[in-house]
Design a protein around this ligand. Structure first.
Ligand code: IPE
Ligand code: IPE
Ligand code: MG
Length: 254
């Protein structure tokens, strides 16, 4: 750990047994509705974002109970910069504080944290914390938590195309060999399996540029709960319902 480290390891690693189920191995969540949750209470939108952030840990910690090995959460989209300066600055400050505050708990719970999204647009302090969090939890072998921060599916595919084109230019890749196996290796999610279940809270039935390539065969759940009210029990209910779905991938079952 470097001297500039923002968090230090305390306590012992807790390895929670992962339940084997027919449920989803990778759940991705569009955590929507923080603003409305706050407005309903007569409070500023940032109050809702803070309440939303507090929900994350217990949802992550419940994952092993439902056999969820990968949890990917949408925290800030490439389109969210369109919000007021006050909201954007408040969110960035929340992300910095969140990383500093939660990392020890994630290490104790054996949670490996990684980020996807376009990092250069984020401020240097936040980027340093993200790097540090990834490094700090890289030995963790429990739940894989991926936080999508300044993430947009189209932006991700465009950046992947840039890197792919560079490899072609440098003679490392033959354009004729580019197929559906090659392209995802250039995506931010190259270390992840595709999501099995994508959940969106708050009653909106759209995907808002989340995991466009990766969700080609995901099952979707659009639920009315606002994110700050989402509970581990609700995750359990969604995982159980997933087990009853017939995933055909274009084939016909005998
Ligand atoms: C989701 O909640 C969190 C972010 C997009 C950062 P919203 O802020 O979109 O909440 P609503 O949709 O306005 O209620
Ligand atoms: C999607 O929610 C992005 C996140 C949850 C981070 P938005 O609230 O930004 O999506 P739209 O604007 O309703 O499509
Ligand atoms: Mg929203």
């Amino acid at each position: 750990m470097s001297e500039t480290a923002h968090f230090a390891l305390e306590g012992n690693l807790m390895a929670r047994p992962m339940l084997e189920t027919l449920g989803p191995r990778h759940v991705a969540i569009i955590m929507d509705g923080n603003g409305r949750w706050a407005t309903m209470r007569g409070r500023p939108r940032l109050f809702g974002h803070h309440a939303g952030a507090r929900r994350v840990r217990e949802v992550v910690e419940a994952c092993p109970d439902y056999g969820v090995k990968y949890l990917t959460i949408f925290a800030f989209s490439t389109e969210n910069w369109k919000r007021t300066q006050v909201e954007v600055a408040g969110l960035m400050s929340l992300f910095r504080r969140y990383i500093m505050k939660e990392m020890q708990a994630f290490v104790k719970e054996n949670v490996r944290v990684r980020f996807i999204g376009d990092r250069p647009r984020l401020d240097a302090k936040l980027r340093a914390l993200m790097d540090e969090a990834e490094d700090f939890t890289k030995h963790c072998t429990g739940v894989n938590l991926t936080i999508a921060l300044n993430y947009g599916g189209r932006d991700e595919v465009a950046r992947a195309a840039q890197r792919l084109a560079m490899d072609v230019k440098e003679g490392k890749l033959d354009p004729a060999e580019i197929d559906v196996e090659t392209l995802p290796r250039y995506l931010d999610t190259c270390f992840l399996p595709d999501p099995d279940l994508v959940v969106r809270t708050s009653g909106e039935a759209r995907i808002s540029n989340f995991l466009l390539w990766q969700s080609a065969y995901a099952e979707y759940e659009f639920i009315d709960t606002l994110w700050p009210d989402f509970t581990p029990e609700e995750l359990g209910r969604l995982c159980a319902a997933f087990g009853g779905r017939d995933r055909r991938y274009g084939a016909v079952k005998a």
